[in-house]
Design a protein around this ligand. Structure first.
Ligand SMILES: [Mn+2]
Length: 390
């Protein structure tokens, strides 16, 4: 906007949307071009009548219709050979487990639903001015082989996350119910030579020792903060409140000394920017790395109804996006999105929001320069030793 009324100062600052439109021209497209070449090679050339010769015969890459092709998360290549995950910056890991639920189940279908609806997303964010496919290499590792036994499934998840992180890739875990939070943190913590903080978004406190005789989805943070390098004073619980926060968990949180922020406190009392500062200061204090555990039920059920324990009064999607952008600026060691329960979802809106949480976080990590960036290698079998050879 250079027009002025009197030839003096511009009347308006340039509009954010206009700036974003201009900035798109600066983004590379080398990876996209390579994807087109690859799709023409592996997927064969199109029929003679097709004028756009970047279209292939079989969908293998490029810019196909969103509804075509085999679903992976954000169209990342499916990595069949898990030994090669160290070749990538980011690994998507499905954990289809919901035997830790205590009311509405269905989160075992979360990874499927998130992969399917992620077909709607491009890898480019207009406002952030980033194209994930150009900036970082991503692979979909498929799902962890979970079992009917919760504890054995935890061992599988820990081993999977430690493998990915130990190979230097950034793990993005697609849950699954929240019981997996203990197992994922155990995998991350095994790879970090120092303390690990946790930023936990949720309407529920999830700090019970056991519930229904097992470490259910009401329990992950009690066990996680018993790990040698994970301390309750670095656990920040964001969005807790309402009529579903079980009192045994509150008693434990009081003893443990976790930091708890309510929705109103974040949005109205502190404001999102000040809240983000407090969250970061608490999680990072004395730590080498911070893990993000995002329960989709921290978002109001108006926007995210497809979940195990919907609790009215949660965050709006825009509030969450802003918080995530601020938090990711300091870097993360990995992340998970849990409690998406597709059988209770409406028009895939909950799964859609869960994908947005991942995309926003990855975009912010790229903008802040934390991705690409090789994870500090676990080295000398640190992960293997620390997980007790799980
Ligand atoms: Mn919850």
């Amino acid at each position: 906007m250079s027009e002025t009324r009197d030839g003096g100062q511009p009347l308006f600052r340039p509009l954010t949307g206009r700036q974003a439109v201009e900035r798109e021209a600066e983004l590379p497209r080398a990876e996209f071009d390579a994807s087109v070449r690859r799709s023409l090679e592996l997927g064969l050339t199109a029929a003679a009548s097709i004028r756009d010769r970047s279209i292939s015969l079989f969908v293998r890459g490029g810019d196909p219709p969103a509804f075509a092709g085999i679903n992976t998360f954000l169209k990342a290549p499916y990595l069949e050979d898990a030994r090669r995950i160290g070749d990538y910056d980011v690994a998507f890991i499905g954990v289809p487990l919901d035997t830790g639920t205590t009311y509405r189940s269905g989160a075992r279908f979360g990874p499927q639903a998130m992969r399917r609806i992620s077909a709607l997303y491009l890898t480019y964010s207009f406002e952030m001015g980033v194209d994930l496919a150009e900036a970082i290499s991503m692979a979909d590792l498929g799902d962890v082989f979970v079992t009917g036994d919760l504890e054995k499934s935890f061992d599988q998840i820990t081993r999977a996350v430690a493998h990915v992180r130990g190979q230097g890739a950034f793990p993005v875990v697609l849950g699954g119910d929240h019981s997996i939070g203990f197992a994922t943190v155990r995998g991350i913590a095994a790879c970090i030579d120092g303390n690990v903080g946790i930023i936990h978004f949720d309407r529920h406190i999830d700090t019970e020792e056991v519930h229904l005789e097992a470490r259910m989805h009401t329990c992950p943070w009690f066990s996680a903060t018993q790990l040698p390098n994970v301390r309750p004073q670095n656990l920040v619980q964001v969005g807790i409140g309402g009529w579903q926060v079980r009192r045994p968990g509150i008693r434990n949180a009081r003893t443990m000394g976790t930091t708890v922020l309510t929705v109103e406190e974040v949005v109205e009392d502190l404001g999102i920017e000040r809240a983000a500062e407090i969250i970061l200061e608490t999680a990072w204090k004395g730590c080498r790395a911070v893990y993000l555990s995002f329960d989709i039920d921290c978002i109001d059920p108006a926007y995210a109804p497809g979940t195990g324990w919907p609790e009215p009064g949660g965050f709006t999607p825009r509030e969450v996006s802003k918080l995530l952008r601020l938090i990711a600026r300091e870097g993360l060691a990995g992340m998970e999105v849990v409690e998406v329960s597709p059988p209770y979802d409406v028009s895939d809106v909950t799964a859609l929001m869960a994908v947005r949480v991942v995309a926003d976080t990855l975009g912010a990590l790229v903008v802040a320069g934390h991705l690409p960036g090789r994870a500090r290698p676990a080295g000398e079998g640190l992960a293997e030793r620390a997980t007790g050879g799980l």
